[in-house]
Structure formats: C-alpha cells, structure tokens
Ligand binder design. Structure first.
Ligand code: SAM
Length: 284
C-alpha cells in the first residue's frame, strides 16, 4: 500500500480516506456551494440506487465515495469497477467522512460526484405527444426537485428553467428529485431566449396564472407538443411571459388559500396535460 500526495492510502485503485481534512474530502464538501459546483460543473448524488442509475444513463462520474462497511456489496464493487474503468476516482471512507460530506447524521453509504449535464434550448425540438415544463425564476430547491421528479413520473420530456432560478444540482434539489435529475434534460434560458425559441418550436404554451380565464381541464393538450409555463412562487408569471402564451389556464380552487404551491400546481397540470397518454399498463 502506498501513500499518495493527498495523504490517502491507495488500495489498488481505491483510496482510503479517514481524515476530514483530506483535500479531496474538502473539495467534495465545497460542492455544497453553488460557486464551487459551477466552477467544477459537478454535483453530488447520494445513495447507491441513484449512483447506479446515473452510471447506467452514462453520466460522467468523477468520484465514487462509499463507506468501508459496504465495500463488499456486489453493487458497490460493480459501481467502483465502472468508476475506475471510466477514469473516475474511488474513495473508501469512514462513516464520519460520509456524514461530513453529506452533512447528515445518518448518511447514505454511497455517494457519487458527477458532471452536470445541461441541454441547450436550441436542441429541444418538441415532437407530437411531448410535454415540457418551463419554470419562471423558481426559487425553492424542494419545489424544483419535486417538479423534476413529478415531470419524470408524468412522462414529460424536459424542464426549462427561465431566468434566475435555484440550482437543480444543489444537494437539496437532487435529494428531492429522488433520482429523476438524471432522467430529464435540463435547460437554462433567459425570458427572451425562451420567447424566441417558442416562435419556431411548434409548441402550444399553456401558462398558468391566478387570473387565467380558462379552466385547465378544458384545454386541448393533444393538438401540439405542450409547454406548461409556471410562475415564480412569490410573484407569479410576469406579463412579458404571460402575454405570449397560447392559453392562460387556471386551476379552480375552493377554500381560503390564495394559490396552490408551485410544485402541486405543476403536478396537477402535468397529469392533466398527459392524461390521455398515461395508463396503468406495465412500464418498459
Ligand atoms: N402570489 C403569486 C401570484 O400572484 O401569482 C402566487 C404564485 S403560485 C404560489 C406559483 C405558481 O403556481 C403560479 O404562478 C402558477 O403558475 C401556479 N399556480 C398556483 N395556483 C394556481 C391556480 N389555482 N391556477 C393556476 N396556476 C396556479
């Protein structure tokens, strides 16, 4: 066993790390900051299932981290082999190190550091039967994660983030997606780029608005590919986006609440827009 320049012991192609002050551990911990995620274009996903899904979907893995006590689990061994084969680093660590990396008392035993994947708006060419979600300045990481998960579950084809939004690759959002962050193309766009794209994309933009005149259940979602445009949690949709929509839809409400939570409203819209496409038949 040799000592490398980071002070970690090498076991074959696996590095064993127990010190919280190890520089690799520090770099991983820094991914809690958006600045560090942006600079390194990476993010952390927690849990063996997520890591396996991401590897299967061809996400580039930079580092695989696992607790020593799960090192002999066949799926962990497989994930480690794949990581090494793809040029990634494998770290075998103590639970203390995993707790510190994930900032949790009961951490997941496996964590992967992956390269972020962004799709460009011009590569989004909606086809018949497709549904996209476009979110105006979404602020809340939990909302965004829940929306990505729900969009995946409803069979949507992508999520477009308009303007300044919370980061889909933050730890909190990735957690809330429960793995769906790997399943859907994510796109960033300015309002102007979105509106320019809309002109040539052959889509029907259904915007949701508390002042919408159209009951969301009366809209024909089959005519064209649909983009469901959702407003910011505090301010709702700005006029510049609302006036360009093909329909301004409202979900009728009862009770005292002024509005629905953004993620809930998105879920309701998604399952209505895709109602004719979803069945209980076996998934592939
Ligand atoms: N104060 C904000 C406003 O005046 O629009 C409330 C925004 S609401 C919390 C966030 C987003 O969820 C809205 O912009 C809209 O896209 C959607 N939404 C929530 N309730 C809705 C409803 N009843 N009908 C249509 N959209 C709704």
């Amino acid at each position: 066993m040799s000592q490398d320049h980071h002070g970690a012991r090498r076991v074959g192609q696996v590095k064993e790390v127990t010190s919280l002050s190890n520089p690799i551990v520090k770099d991983i911990k820094a991914l809690a900051n958006k600045k560090d995620r942006d600079e390194t274009k990476s993010f952390m996903a927690e849990g063996l299932k997520l890591v396996i899904d991401a590897l299967e979907l061809g996400f580039e893995i930079k580092t695989l981290v696992y607790a020593k006590n799960v090192k002999d689990k066949p799926q962990v061994v497989q994930a480690a082999t794949k990581t090494v084969a793809r040029g990634g680093l494998v770290l075998e660590v103590s639970e203390k190190v995993l707790s510190s990396i994930t900032r949790r008392d009961n951490p997941q035993m496996v964590v992967g550091i992956f390269t972020q994947r962004w799709t460009s708006l011009r590569d989004i060419r909606p086809k018949a039967g497709e549904t996209y979600v476009a979110l105006d300045r979404v602020r809340d990481p939990g909302n965004l994660g829940t929306i990505i998960r729900t969009a995946d579950a409803a069979g949507a084809s992508g999520v477009i983030l308009i303007g300044e939004t919370t980061d889909p690759y933050s730890m909190e959002t990735v957690r809330a997606t429960m793995g769906s962050v790997f399943a859907l193309p994510l796109v960033k766009a300015s309002p102007a780029d979105f509106l320019a794209w809309k002109k040539g994309a052959g889509v029907s933009v259904v915007a949701t608005h508390l002042a919408g005149a159209v009951d969301y259940r009366t809209i024909d979602y089959r005519k064209k590919p649909v983009v469901l445009l959702m407003g910011n949690e505090q301010q709702g949709l700005p006029d510049e986006l609302a006036r360009e929509a093909d329909a301004l839809a409202r979900i009728p409400q009862a009770g005292l609440a002024d509005s629905l939570n953004l993620a809930i409203a998105t879920g309701i819209m998604l399952f209505e827009a895709r109602r004719h496409l979803l069945t209980l038949e076996e998934r592939e």
